[in-house]
Write a protein that binds this ligand. Structure first.
Ligand SMILES: C[S@@+](CC[C@H](N)C(=O)[O-])C[C@H]1O[C@@H](n2cnc3c(N)ncnc32)[C@H](O)[C@@H]1O
Length: 243
């Protein structure tokens, strides 16, 4: 589980790209280009060669502080293939998508490349990571980046909130549900140690109900408006989880 470090006190939308990182090319690793399978959902090539997802994967692995994964095969499995498993769950829902705690862009960048007709917002508390994420917006026109904490965003804006490795499920549900409109869903990538009962209890406190989901996912439907008192102040959901 990741902790936000140096989180901003207010959200800051990175719409334009004035920073010098945009001008630079995504980093190339010294070895081991990560190849995508034939028939990948994403086939936009760049003058440098390679698809945007291939170059994104290479860059995530090569950029310090974005992932502990160094092996290209592991990186592809965890950051790309596992993200793409969520496409059917997201695709069937309406509305814009937000990836909460996107880190280096997982799962939001693979989702944006796979669903070019859907707006995908990468919400991330660390400015340094947002600078990295912003580098991919020229190539994925449906992608935007927001620097900020989930607890400080406008409420009920999105049709779908997704998150992978954001926090323990009760905390992640509490952060994500207020961002979603009534009728929308939260889709969490979860591990085998998921305590479904605790997640259901937390969801029920903030107008959420668990739905059947494939292994490795928690799906929570938003059944009503965000109750008064939510979202709680930054840090509280992690310190005093609802369940
Ligand atoms: C362990 S990382 C996971 C990153 C990515 N989703 C992945 O699977 O590789 C968790 C990320 O969530 C961000 N984060 C933590 N709490 C947050 C919050 N309340 N709002 C927005 N981002 C948050 C952290 O800065 C960190 O980048």
């Amino acid at each position: 589980m990741g902790e936000p470090h140096g989180s901003p006190t207010s959200p800051f939308l990175l719409r334009s790209s004035p920073n010098e990182l945009l001008a630079s090319r995504p980093a190339k690793p010294g070895s081991g280009h990560i190849a995508l399978p034939h028939g990948s959902t994403e086939d936009r090539t760049h003058s440098d060669g390679g698809t945007v997802l291939e170059r994104w994967l290479d860059s995530v692995v090569a950029t310090p502080g974005l992932t502990a994964l160094r092996d290209p095969v592991d990186a592809r499995r965890v950051l790309l293939d596992d993200s793409l498993r969520g496409v059917p769950l997201v695709e069937r829902e309406d509305g814009p998508i937000v990836d909460v705690g996107s880190g280096g862009g997982t799962p939001g960048i693979p989702l944006a490349a796979s669903l070019p007709g859907r707006e995908v917002t990468l919400l991330e508390a660390e400015r340094r990571k947002c600078d990295f994420l912003e580098r991919w917006t020229p190539e994925l026109p449906n992608l935007r980046v927001v620097w900020g904490r989930a607890e400080e965003q406008p409420l009920e804006t999105y049709g779908v909130a997704v998150a992978k490795a954001l926090a323990h499920p009760p905390t992640a549900v509490e952060w994500c549900l207020p961002l979603v409109r009534e009728g929308g869903v939260v889709v969490l990538w979860v591990g085998p140690s998921l305590d479904e009962e605790r997640a259901a209890t937390a969801a029920s406190r903030i107008a959420g109900r668990l739905e059947p989901a494939p292994a490795g996912f928690l799906v929570v439907r938003k059944t009503g408006p965000t109750p008064p008192g939510f979202p709680r102040r930054p840090g509280v959901a992690r310190k005093r989880p609802l369940a």
